[in-house]
Design a protein around this ligand. Sequence first.
Ligand SMILES: O=C(CO)[C@H](O)[C@H](O)COP(=O)(O)O
Length: 229
Amino acid sequence: MTSDDAKRRAAERACDLVQSGMKLGLGTGSTAALFVAELGRRRIDILGVPTSEATRRQAEALGIRLATLDDEPELDLTVDGADELDPVLNLIKGGGGALLREKLVAAASRRMVVIADSSKRVPQLGRFPLPVEVVSFGLETTRRRIAACLRELELPADIRLRRSADDQPFRTDGGNVILDLRLGEIPDPHGLAAVLKSTLGVVEHGLFVAMASLALIGGPEGVIEMAGN
Ligand SMILES: O=C(CO)[C@H](O)[C@H](O)COP(=O)(O)O
């Protein structure tokens, strides 16, 4: 079974949770795109709040009714992918650069369900570089501030500015840039999340701590369910 098949299984199972009339947060990335495609195929009448311009374009093309988070500040369910998930469903997200809108939409939802293939499961977060969205003004000063925090926490200060295919700094939908932190391991996701959040210049980080209530992991045996908070 390919990774895409596994992701599709998880996406299809997540669609089973969707009922007509729901207000849904629509995630970003290849797995979330499979979910949105399946929603379109099933023609369930939902109102979607997309977490990126890419997802908005896909959902619009499928005829899914859309709203903004300002129109609909309380959502029933968000379904989104993840770059890593640990056994208690703390996540690293932002590989696709949509972490800020993804977190805003997930936080506005009664439930967040993660869909993934089994390669995303890890015993401890940190192998995947942690995306941190920062303002581009004063970028070097923010980078140094983050490096000092990491050294304080005895974590490696290997921080790289994300670049697009044309070698220009990658820009998020909000016009910010992303620093990817190569940490290797994150022994205390709560602690690191708090430190990053209080660092001047940081807009948001890709640690989703205690936000997901369920993960659906697709694989050759079917779909495994993992419960979170
Ligand atoms: O956080 C994300 C985008 O910002 C994605 O959910 C994450 O990168 C997983 O993507 P994929 O489903 O393509 O593996």
